[in-house]
Each structure stands twice: as structure tokens, then as C-alpha cells.
Unconditional design. Structure first.
Length: 882
């Protein structure tokens, strides 16, 4: 297939595939074709990147001719020539993957400059200062990106040059100053690399193309891919495009803009710009950018003129472009533009990253505006992102010890200990600390620390700085550009408003207002009204699968119901046994050496269990409640620490030696594959008998007292054979019969099984002859199918993901290819044996959107997720059904 696609003018490619051209390339071609002002250029496809890596980092043989043809295309339109000392063409070389990876990959600007063409640029532009400034920028960027030289040497040279002149700002430097600095930069390159800076534009171009490909495999790009489940084999495209200049004086500018507010979703143009600057200046957070609209500037009380005020005509044209783009793409767009001497150029458009709140508002608003349908609105919101909305915000009534205020770069509230670098943040978070990453400015290298942190605070950078964009994407609260902070990273101290805070001290961020506070500020639960409720109602209308919750307390059950749960899919009864008041009775039961002894201890637990179930049936009135009988190995209830033995022994009325002996007896090498699940019920049927009795007594009592009809579904864990299930069902049915006779009332109930062992999946046809429902326990099913321990896998799974063995952690997102087959097969065999058998999933995957898509495809009746993930599951189930 074609390796190079052209854009700009009549030659614009008809190809629009993001897989092939990358997001940036596809959208440049699209914008060019709808008549927007796009500087001409060409895109080298992602397939070339893949081939480059497959081929030992060699370019395909005939790529050179295609690239030359691409350059000729740009020359034809611009009338400039690449390497021509009289009228030189300069190009940008930019990466562009299928999905945008803000700041993760490399870019080279002003390429084509050398000792001769810089003179041509002086002539052509009539602006020597601009030309020499561009050349020094190019040398520094090329040296960094392509040659791997550190910024620091160049920055130091610039600082010294300014000091010598007594200058404070870069803008004070004259043409002659830049020219002198260029000579120094060239010398630095030669000194550091042992070779002169490449003067041949073609060599420069190939160097930059190679560097863009190489940046696909950079550490930070890999981390970003892992966090966002982006496969390594996608590769990146390379876009080579004629340069336009935002740094040609005060009629030139550059900016980034969103067609709606990416933080709130409000329908207002939103963005930042800088007069007389290049694009990198805005996003890199070096100069603090200005507001785009007058309204935004006035609201912030800022002085420097907005673009609307400074360049009213160009701004009006930009507004028309925004409208064209929104109607064309039918989505909020994130745009990069440059104004070169009054002429507007579009450099990029893409669907804009936004907070969950903004995503909701934009989807609901666009449906109301008739731009998209309600079904499309449902499709537009990433279920995982709802997480941001379901979490607490700062209590407005709580006192706030405000230290300073920055930009509200990513909403939400977070408290945590100050950490001054990404590695420390990651380390502290790994030890369970809540951490706020505090940086002068973040660079893409900080991404692992940002992910580990609860919130991010930077002293520099605007709303569209990398820190802000990445934080919004991750759903981390972020306050950026808090200019009042003086951060001394080396001394690990932060000075603000005459106070000093050291590493480890707690601060709170309000990413919605930009406030930074000392100490921890109390939070409030979110209110699930407005756009959220509207969109969820649309989702519920199209959803086929039911959504239940995993809950074992009435409180959790209530939260889940408020979030829209339609039943309990998994009530793990062992959690009820850990309660301080009961654990003693549980231990007595374990320590008893006879059935009578165990029954005596169990009798103490019966009334407690009955109370648990009654409370849950009360909350879930009329909705199904799946209760799983005891699952974990018994030794989990015994102490492990030496200092606890004496106390436990006394409480349970046994000697310390007897306790230790019993703990020893129960010790297992592989407890996950040991004496657990229904194996407990098989050896100690009295445990399951007590639990079943508690369930039915509670159900009868609730029915008698409230008139509601509880819907118990009793679930047997870790079944491998039908005989196991039959024995346990016998225990449950016998208890039911006895209770119903005592109470003089019958309750409808089901007895079913979890499918969490490969054998159970394979034998599902037989098991379904007895079992009335299946619930896929995909945590155990994943563990037993892949043979990877769910408790120990953390140590190597990240490497497995990095090396592309798994695209995502199979305990987070279902291994559809492998484990999925067992689920499909079990569903099919189960249905064949028992028409209409109820099928659900209750592993962690029940709250994961991609896994939920698989469940829909497999025709499961419901998914069950933890309470806070219930809305995520409702939305994902709706999207899966569309
Ligand atoms: C499962 O194995 O998927 C499951 C839900 O049970 P647990 O996580 O309690 O083992
Ligand atoms: Mg399990």
C-alpha cells in the first residue's frame, strides 16, 4: 500500500483512516478537503513505522522517492524550495498515532534551516531577528530530539548571553544576539557529538523521521500506552508539513483552543494564545499564555489582551472555523492554530480530551442541539471516566487554609502528602500513601508519578500544558501555574505565602477552583443529578443486560441502589465473619474438634447472620440477592502474628499450643487451590446448613414484617463437579424446607453455582441439570485458566503488559480470547441443558467496560460490579447493546 499520503490543495489524499494516517494526519487531510486553511504537507503511514521496526530499524527502500515527491508537493504549493538559500522551505516533522498521546512523542520544527538558508530566511521574511531565533530554536530542538543532547547546555548558554547583556526576557534579545548564540549552539553540538551540526536539509529530514519513529518506543510512550491500553504494534505516523510562523512579530501568534470548555463542557470557546510565539511555547508551559476571549480574560481579571481584543478579525475567522469543525465532526474539537502576519492557519484538530463532567454535558447538550442522537450521546461518554464524577468533592462549609491559587486545570479534590518528584510519588503511593505530586512544571517523563498521585500541583504552565491535559485524561485533580509557589526540589521544600512546607506534609487541591490548601479538607459525596441522570436514563433505555452489585453490607447495598443497581450479584458472606464481635465464634467453630463443637459455635453465629441477611433483604426489597456461601480457607480466620495467639486462644477458650497446632494443621501450600469454596461445605456441611438457615429465616422474617418479597439466590462457590453441587444443593434445600415448615411460609429461591474453574466451564452442561443459575467468577476463572495467581501476579504483570504478552492486566480486563472461550462454552452448554438458565458475571470484570462488551456479546443476563462502578456498568452495558 501507499507509504506516503499528500494533503493540501487538489492533491489531498482521499484516505481518512486513523489506523493508517494517525489521528493528526487523517484530520489534516480532512480539514484540507473541507477547505480550511491547512499548510500543505504529507503523512508517512503507521505501516511504515511498523515495517521500520520489523526490519531492524531500517526505512523501506522506496520510501525515499515517496518522501521526495511529498517535498515536491509542498514546494509546488508554497513556491519555496527545500534547501534553497534564496527562498527556503522549512517544515515541521510531527508524530501522530491513531489516538492522541499528548506530549509523549517527538516533534521537530523549523527543519531545513542551515548556515545558508538562514540568510535566505532573513531576506524572505525581512526579519533577521525572527530568522536567527528560528535557527537557534531548530538547533536546540533537533539536538535534543534527534541527537539526544540535553537541553541544559543550550539553556545555560542562553542564560549567560542574557546575563552578559543585562536582559531578563528572551524577547529582549536582538537579531545580532541570536546570531551570536547560534554560533555557540553549533559549537556545543560539535563539542558534544564530535561532528558538525547536519547542514544538509535532506539529512535533517531523515534524522527527524527516524527520531519520531524512535519516540514511539521511548519509555514515556510505553508507560502511556500501558496506562491507556494502547497496543505497541500500532506504531506512529509522521507528518511533514510546511512551517507557518507565529513568531513573525506582533501580527503573528499561535494558540490552542477547544470549541467548548474541556473542564465544564460549557458551550464557550476556550483556549490560550501567545503573540509572537511558536506552538511549543504554549504547550510547554514556558511562557504563561493569554486568554482567547475577552469574557474569559475579564473573568480571570487578567491584563494582557485576549485574542478577541488584540486581533478581532482573525479571531472572528477562527470562530467560523470552530463552527465549521463542530458541525463537520459533530464533536468538541481541540485545535492548534497559528497566525502568520494576520493569516490564520490550522495545524491540527482532534476530538478534544475532556473531563467526565464535560463529556456528560457536551453529550447531553449536543443531543439537545440536534447535532447528535440520544444513542450517540450515550456512546460519547467513556464509562471508565464516570469514575471521576462518582467521587467526593470538597465540603464547601469546611474551613480552608488557602495557601495560594493556581489554574483549575483538572477538576476534583484530593489531599495527600507532598512529593517533589515522580519516583518518590510512585514509591510512596506504592506503600499506600495518598500523594500530591508537586513540580515546577511536569514533563512527560513524570507520567508514572502523575498516575501514582492523587493530585498534581505545578508552579508553571497553563490550562493546556501537558500536565493539565494528561491529568484530565487520567481523572486526576490538577492545579497548574500556581505562580505563588517557590519550589526547591533539591531541598525538598516548598515556600508559599511566607510559609514553608516540607516533603510529606499534607496539602489539599481543589482542581475545580485552583485552590491549594494546607492540611486535609473534608469531602462530600457527589450528587447524581442533572446531566448525569439524563444520560443514565438514556443509557437504561437501550441497555439489555441488568446491572447488579457486589455488596455485603446494607450500607454498600444502599449506595449501589442509589447508583442504580438492580440486585446483588455477589454477597461474599466471609466478610461478615471478620466482624470483631463474631470472629471469636468463627474461631471456636474452627477450633472445635467435633461436629457438636462446631454446631455449638455456629449456633452463636446464626442470629448474627440472619440479621445481616435481613438488613440486606430490607434494602434490596423485591430485587434478587445472590448470597454466596463461605468461600475462603478457614485459616484466613486464624491469627498469623505471634503476639495475637495468646489473646485469641484466651478468647476462644483453648490453650495457646492447641491454637498453634490447629493453625499448623490448616496450613496450606496453595490455599487458593486448597480447602476452600464448596470443599468446605463438603467436609463441614453444618457451616453451609447454618448459612442457608440464616438466609431463609431472614427472608421469611422480612416477608412477614414488611410484606416485601425477598428473592434469595443461594450460590455455591468453586464447584468443579455436578456431584459437589448436588450435595450442597441438598444441604440448602433441606434447610429451606425445615425453615419454611417452622415459619409457615414459603419463599421462592434459586440455588446456583459459580463458574470459576475450567472444569466447571467444560462440564457446564451437566452441572446445569442441577444448578438453576451460573455466575461467572472471573477472578478465579482467570487465575485458574491462565495459571497465574491473582495475589502474586503484580510482580511481573507490568512487564507482561510492557512486552505485549497481554494488552492489559487480565485481572482488570477479561482475557476475551482465552478465558472468554470458556465462558462462551459454558454459557452455551448451560443453556442447552436448562432453557433460560440465568447467567451473570460477578468477578471484577463486571465493572470493566471492555469486559462488559464481551458479556453482552455472550448474551449474559446481568453483570455485577462494586457499588461505585454500577453507573459505569450501566453505561457500558448500554454502549455494548447499541
Ligand atoms: C471470582 O472468583 O471471580 C469471585 C467473584 O469470587 P472471589 O473474588 O471472592 O474469589
Ligand atoms: Mg472466586
Amino acid at each position: 500500500t501507499k507509504m506516503v499520503h499528500l494533503f493540501g490543495g487538489a492533491a489531498t489524499t482521499a484516505e481518512r483512516s486513523k489506523e493508517l494516517l494517525g489521528g493528526k494526519g487523517a484530520n489534516l487531510a480532512e480539514m484540507a478537503s473541507i477547505g480550511l486553511p491547512v499548510p500543505p504537507g504529507f503523512t508517512i503511514t503507521t505501516e511504515v513505522c511498523t515495517a521500520y521496526y520489523a526490519n531492524g530499524e531500517q526505512f523501506p527502500a522506496d520510501l525515499a522517492a515517496d518522501v521526495e515527491n511529498g517535498i515536491a508537493h509542498i514546494e509546488g504549493i508554497t513556491g519555496k524550495r527545500f534547501g534553497d538559500p534564496a527562498n527556503p522551505l522549512l517544515v515541521s516533522v510531527r508524530s501522530g498515532a491513531r489516538v492522541s498521546m499528548p506530549g509523549m512523542m517527538d516533534t521537530v520544527l523549523n527543519l531545513g534551516l542551515n548556515d545558508k538558508t538562514v540568510v535566505g530566511l532573513v531576506e524572505a521574511s525581512g526579519d533577521p531577528r525572527f530568522a536567527w531565533d528560528s535557527y537557534r530554536r531548530f538547533i536546540q530542538m533537533y539536538a535534543d530530539v534527534v541527537m539526544g543532547l540535553d537541553h541544559a547546555a543550550f539553556e545555560e548558554a542562553l542564560e549567560i548571553a542574557k546575563e552578559d547583556k543585562g536582559f531578563y526576557l528572551d524577547t529582549e534579545m536582538t537579531a545580532e544576539d541570536w546570531q551570536a548564540l547560534v554560533l555557540e549552539y553549533l559549537a556545543i553540538v560539535e563539542r558534544e557529538t564530535g561532528a558538525p551540526f547536519p547542514q544538509e536539509p535532506k539529512d535533517q529530514l531523515w534524522g527527524a523521521i527516524g527520531a519520531v519513529f524512535a519516540s514511539w518506543e521511548s519509555d514515556r510512550a510505553k508507560v502511556y500506552r500501558r496506562l491507556n491500553s494502547i497496543p505497541g504494534e500500532w506504531g506512529t505516523a509522521v507528518n511533514v508539513q510546511a512551517m507557518v510562523f507565529g513568531n513573525m512579530g506582533d501580527t503573528s501568534a499561535t494558540g490552542v483552543a477547544f470549541t467548548r470548555d474541556p473542564a465544564t463542557g460549557e458551550r464557550a470557546w476556550y483556549g490560550e494564545w501567545l503573540i509572537n510565539a511558536q506552538g511549543e511555547d504554549v504547550v510547554a508551559g514556558i511562557r504563561t499564555p493569554q486568554y482567547l476571549t475577552r469574557q474569559a480574560r475579564e473573568k480571570a481579571g487578567a491584563k494582557p489582551l485576549s485574542m478577541e481584543e488584540a486581533m478581532p478579525e482573525t479571531f472572528a475567522e477562527l470562530g467560523r472555523v470552530f463552527d465549521t469543525l463542530e458541525t463537520h465532526y459533530r464533536d468538541m474539537q481541540d485545535i492548534e492554530f497559528t497566525v502568520e502576519r494576520g493569516k490564520l492557519w490550522m495545524l491540527q484538530t482532534r476530538s478534544g480530551k475532556r473531563t467526565a463532567k464535560a463529556a456528560l454535558k457536551i453529550a447531553v447538550d449536543m443531543a439537545a442541539e440536534g447535532l447528535i442522537s440520544e444513542e450517540e450521546a450515550v456512546q460519547r461518554v467513556d464509562p471508565g471516566a464516570l469514575d471521576q464524577l462518582l467521587h467526593p468533592t470538597l465540603d464547601p462549609k469546611a474551613p480552608r487554609d488557602v495557601l495560594t491559587k493556581g489554574l483549575p486545570a483538572s477538576p476534583g479534590a484530593a489531599s495527600g502528602k507532598i512529593m517533589f518528584d515522580a519516583d518518590s510519588a510512585e514509591k510512596a503511593a506504592g506503600m499506600g500513601e495518598a500523594v500530591i505530586l508537586v513540580r515546577v512544571e511536569t514533563s512527560p517523563e513524570d507520567i508514572h508519578g502523575m498516575h501514582a498521585a492523587k493530585g498534581i500541583l505545578t508552579a508553571r504552565g497553563g490550562m493546556t500544558s501537558h500536565a493539565a491535559v494528561v491529568a484530565r485524561g487520567m481523572g486526576r485533580p490538577c492545579v497548574s501555574g500556581a505562580g505563588g509557589l517557590a519550589i526547591d526540589g533539591a531541598a525538598r521544600v516548598l515556600r508559599v505565602a511566607g510559609r514553608e512546607l516540607r516533603e510529606g506534609e499534607v496539602i489539599t487541591l481543589d482542581g475545580s477552583t485552583g485552590e491549594v490548601m494546607a492540611g486535609e479538607v473534608p469531602t462530600l459525596l457527589p450528587e447524581l443529578v442533572g446531566d448525569f441522570a439524563t444520560l443514565m436514563a438514556w443509557a437504561d433505555r437501550v441497555r439489555r443486560m441488568k446491572v447488579r452489585t457486589n455488596a455485603e453490607t446494607p450500607q454498600d447495598a444502599q449506595v449501589a441502589r442509589d447508583f442504580g443497581a438492580e440486585g446483588i450479584g455477589l454477597c461474599r458472606t466471609e466478610h461478615m465473619f471478620f466482624d470483631a464481635a463474631r470472629i471469636t465464634a468463627v474461631r471456636e467453630m474452627i477450633l472445635a474438634d467435633s461436629e457438636e463443637g462446631r454446631r455449638a459455635a455456629l449456633a452463636k453465629l446464626l442470629s448474627e447472620q440472619r440479621g445481616d441477611f435481613a438488613a440486606i433483604f430490607g434494602v434490596m426489597a423485591g430485587l434478587p440477592v445472590t448470597i454466596r456461601l463461605l468461600d475462603p480457607p478457614l485459616h484466613e480466620f486464624l491469627p498469623t502474628r505471634e503476639e495475637d495467639f495468646a489473646e485469641v486462644a484466651a478468647a476462644a477458650g483453648v490453650g495457646i499450643e492447641a491454637l498453634k497446632a490447629r493453625a499448623n494443621e490448616l496450613h496450606e501450600f496453595n490455599p487458593m487451590l486448597g480447602h476452600r469454596g464448596c470443599r468446605l461445605g463438603v467436609t463441614y456441611p453444618e457451616i453451609y446448613e447454618m448459612q442457608a438457615r440464616a438466609i431463609f429465616e431472614a427472608a421469611c422474617d422480612v416477608a412477614a414484617e414488611s410484606g416485601a418479597s425477598p428473592v434469595p439466590e443461594v450460590m455455591i462457590p468453586l464447584v468443579a463437579t455436578r456431584r459437589e453441587f448436588d450435595l450442597m444443593k441438598g444441604v440448602v434445600d433441606t434447610a429451606a424446607k425445615a425453615v419454611f415448615a417452622e415459619k409457615g411460609r414459603e419463599i421462592d429461591y434459586l440455588v446456583g453455582t459459580m463458574i470459576e474453574l475450567p472444569r466447571a466451564a467444560l462440564m457446564a452442561g451437566e452441572i446445569a441439570q442441577s444448578a438453576e443459575f451460573f455466575s461467572f467468577g472471573t477472578n478465579d476463572l482467570t487465575q485458574t485458566t491462565i495459571g497465574i495467581s491473582r495475589d502474586d501476579a503484580g510482580r511481573f504483570l507490568t512487564q507482561y503488559v510492557d512486552k505485549g504478552i497481554f494488552v492489559t492486566d487480565p485481572f482488570v480486563s477479561l482475557d476475551v480470547e482465552g478465558v472468554g472461550q470458556l465462558i462462551e462454552l459454558a454459557a452455551e452448554r448451560g443453556r442447552a441443558a436448562r432453557v433460560g438458565i440465568k447467567l451473570g458475571i460477578c468477578g471484577e470484570h463486571g465493572g470493566d467496560a471492555p469486559s462488559i462488551h464481551f458479556c453482552e456479546k455472550t448474551g449474559l443476563d446481568y453483570v455485577s460490579a462494586s457499588p461505585y462502578r454500577v453507573p459505569i456498568a450501566r453505561l457500558a452495558a448500554a454502549q455494548a447493546a447499541l
